[in-house]
Design a protein around this ligand. Sequence first.
Ligand code: PBG
Length: 342
Amino acid sequence: MPVDAATAGYPAHRPRRLRTTAAMRDLVAETRVDTADLIAPLFVRESIDAPIEIESLPGVYQDTVDSLRRRVAGLADLGVKAIMLFGVPTTKDAVGSGAFDPDGIVQVALRQLRADLGDDVVLMADLCVDEYTDHGHCGIVRDDGRSGAYVDNDATIEVYAKAAVAQADAGAHVVAPSGMMDGQVGAIRRALDEHGHAAIPILAYAAKYASGLYGPFRDAVDVEIVGGGDRKGYQQDPRNAREALVEVRADLEQGADMVMVKPALAYLDIIHEVRRHVDVPLAAYHVSGEYSMIKAASANGWIDHDAVATEHLTAIKRAGADLILTYFAGWFAERAAGKDTT
Ligand code: PBG
């Protein structure tokens, strides 16, 4: 694009000079999203014999153990070398035993994946009990006599500690507590150390907000909170920003190796602020609702799928995230791989 001759030289600084060609724009781009930054969230469901597509998450599946093995191998071939695994069990109970049972679906899947892939892919396991409890809360529920059910913090972190050991025993490379109980990272760190897993890092879902954007995820894991309850008693209030730093610092003091902000796009200010204060790797979770909004709007022809998906991931990195958990991981990797060959 030629600089207008009539006004050339005025003003002296013309940012458009650096936007004239695609090659020029690529040269000066400040932010790049790389396939190696991405972590694919995946779901493995007990007792099914074929993968089931999740209606509210088009292109995302509840896998069998075998279809999961194929999916992870395929992602690895495309360069996605990290996954976050969630389990969908057939039976649930009050304490979420499936989360720490060595035969629980995630532990079974982890053993297979580790046998298949060794250390080629970083196997992360989401560490929570909501998928495994019959009431759908992220912990042990008590009745406090006032507001109905509430989650007992200290009883819950003992369950998390057991789940961490079970996941590490089964082959997880990283455990990722997502329940937002106070002291969970410290309890998990101690349990891992005591059981010979001192080398297993913790990715803490440190600043996790009580968000409406997790809606499609709850379909993915068949979780419904009993009595129409919510998680506002343990997840963060979306109105609070400084509180995120309190959470992040607490997790780092307790031994978190990496921290996460979740959701991502509606919380770019939090990502930016956490990035300014911590030096450990920072992850952001581009959550189910953020993905589904793009899928739904683009299916209606209202937005351009590829442009908006790329823009979201770029914005999350620009805000300061090093790693992005995203349901777009496979799509992004395929596209990046395609580009490399042209
Ligand atoms: C809790 C957990 C949730 C998500 C990840 N881990 C749901 C919740 O806190 O209610 C949501 C992820 C997403 O929406 O993509 N086990």
